[in-house]
Write a protein that binds this ligand. Structure first.
Ligand code: FRU
Length: 559
């Protein structure tokens, strides 16, 4: 057994996920003056979630058997201070426990040279969609799909973080857990994606999907819609309740990702869900007088035949919101393969009118929201007069190299607007410039030396004929070009079978943000966006820019 003597505060709660290797008894114990106050009698082969609440400030001895116990994520916190101070991360090494209190976690994460600096990523393990975005007072709350025991997707929980500026995050305890321990069932499912909603009596609620224990990744599972009620301090869930269990006729197993709003015209709540109807990707509309009892109104949108034929199985993470007097519907088409370019799981938007429970798009043609495709499961929320959104930077095509302590990052927080053609435009929120102000770099005839920091390229004027090449020790990191109005991003791992391209005006503005392998491109005022996650040569040291446009290159330095 290894031991470590440390002090715990009154009311400190230790949470961790652990499993055993050889089934030896008592592999974990906490004692005070030789008296056991917490002990795990035996560990199973699967991960279980454990928690120990310490009662009074004391010096304790934590004993663990490093040969036996595998701890995937451990942290402690005091309820009274966690919102301000964050969790304390516990790292169990073979011979010691290293603890990092809230503010130090950020520095710890930043010390990993492969971790992006100004983009959100989880402390450890797997993250996917942003969830439950909301603002309470000065605090922005971000929740996210988390698999706390592995760097691969698995039983879903909601991770949680809070920020005053959308960039500096305080990590909080895991918020939502699956209804039961799916690891023990060797099943997947759990607390899937959902959104925050403040109802008519001012109470904040989360609407989300629970996928019941699932033994197949693509079919034969059951998804139900639930409410989670947060505690007043937003740290824990006080209760959950099922609100929709049955699917309408024709709707298959994909039936998830609720977004709720108040419809003043109908004096009732409305909800959209991602699904398929007779195998066509579709968005379902539900209504409720009280937020708890829901009735199916009908399809809000059903995709034309061709998407089913091109492999699209369902809509995921539908978002539906108003900007000015227009309504915007955003949909991820899971399984879809675009025959023209080979890209898959594309994210689309339609802009139109919504009245009397009917959504009428201005145009049948989708606006492709991201031509790079590593931008999915977008979730937006209205914050004052802004519609702010995050998306998950992933498309299943490429993985983070093995050995990374985590997987998954979110986009820069973006503000959503409509341009004069009613195209949805996405641009980094203004806080980006405040927290990460630009420092101009001077180049030599299109050549720039880049330090190991996030950087940005802004082009104004004629962009046709532009070629931007970033290299690390002479090896390509990424290439962005505009040729015959075609804007494209190429990475070293691309074999040419998929084309990451978009048509742009030849005199458009073009902005490229780079952060340790994350490339976010914004053109035509943000109406054309492309995001890619590169895992090779992610710290370029040189930029070569050939363009007829005026180029401005900046490094981003944190204030
Ligand atoms: C999208 C998605 C959602 C689902 C969640 C599960 O990435 O598949 O539809 O709720 O992820 O983790």
């Amino acid at each position: 057994m290894q031991t470590e003597t440390l002090s715990l505060e009154n009311g400190e709660l230790l949470e961790f996920w652990a499993r055993g290797r050889n089934l030896t008894p008592h592999p974990f114990r906490i004692t005070i003056d030789g008296q056991t106050v917490y002990s795990i009698a035996s560990l199973a082969r699967w991960f279980d979630h454990f928690s120990y609440r310490h009662r009074e400030a004391a010096t304790v001895t934590v004993a663990w058997d490093p040969e036996e116990i595998e701890i995937s994520f451990a942290y402690s916190y005091r309820r009274e201070t966690v919102l301000r101070d964050g969790i304390t991360l516990w790292q169990f090494h073979a011979d010691r426990i290293e603890r990092h209190a809230g503010a130090e976690i950020d520095a710890l994460l930043r010390s990993d040279p492969t971790r992006p600096q100004c983009h959100f990523s989880p402390v450890v393990n797997w993250m996917n969609d942003p969830n439950g975005l909301c603002r309470i007072g000065d605090d922005w709350h971000l929740f996210y799909q988390l698999h706390p025991t592995n760097t691969e997707w698995g039983p879903m929980h909601w991770g949680h973080a809070v920020s005053k500026d959308l960039f500096s995050w305080t990590h909080l305890p895991v918020f939502l857990h699956p209804g039961q321990n799916l690891e023990r069932l060797e099943a997947t499912g759990g607390a899937f994606s959902g959104t925050a909603f403040r109802d008519r009596d001012g109470k904040l609620r989360f609407y989300y999907t629970e996928r019941l224990p699932a033994y197949d990744l693509f079919r034969h599972y059951r998804e139900i819609q639930k409410i989670a009620e947060p505690s007043d301090d937003m740290v824990v869930v006080e209760g959950t309740r099922v609100v929709i269990e049955e699917r309408p006729a024709g709707v298959e197993h994909d039936f998830r990702d609720p977004k709720v709003w108040w419809d003043a015209e109908k004096n009732a709540y409305r909800m959209v869900l991602g699904a398929s109807i007779d195998a066509d990707p579709a968005v379902l509309l539900y209504g409720s007088p009280c937020g708890k009892v829901w009735e199916y109104i009908g399809p809000l949108y059903r995709a034309p035949d061709r998407y089913k034929a091109e492999g699209a199985r369902a809509v995921e993470c539908p978002d539906f919101f108003r900007i000015g007097d227009k309504w915007v519907l955003i949909m991820g088409f899971v399984g879809h393969n675009d025959p023209a370019t080979g890209r898959h799981n594309l994210l689309y938007a339609l802009t139109g009118d919504f009245a009397d429970d009917r959504f009428v798009p201005d145009d049948d043609a989708f606006q492709l929201l991201d031509f790079g495709t590593d931008f999915y499961a977008l979730q937006s929320f209205s914050a004052g007069d802004r519609q702010v959104a995050f998306a998950w930077l992933f498309n299943w095509e490429y993985r983070k190299p093995a050995g990374s302590p985590y997987s998954g990052e979110l986009s820069l927080p973006r503000e959503l607007t409509l341009d004069n053609r009613n195209r949805l435009c996405m641009n980094p929120v203004t806080e980006y410039g405040q927290v990460w102000p630009p420092v101009r770099l001077s180049g030599n005839d299109g050549d720039y030396a880049i330090a190991n920091a996030p950087f940005e390229i802004a082009l104004e004027g004629l962009i046709e004929g532009t070629r931007i090449v970033a290299t690390q020790d002479g090896d390509i990191s990424f290439e962005i070009s505009v040729a015959q109005n075609m804007l494209s991003i190429t990475l070293p791992q691309d074999d040419g079978s998929i084309r990451y391209v978009a048509l742009v005006r030849e005199d458009a503005d073009l902005r490229v943000v780079h952060d340790a392998g994350i490339i976010e491109v914004f053109a035509e005022g943000g109406a054309i966006c492309g995001t890619r996650r590169n895992y090779r040569n992610i710290t370029p040291d040189r930029l070569r820019i050939d363009t007829p446009a005026t180029a401005l290159v900046c490094e981003r330095r944190r204030t």
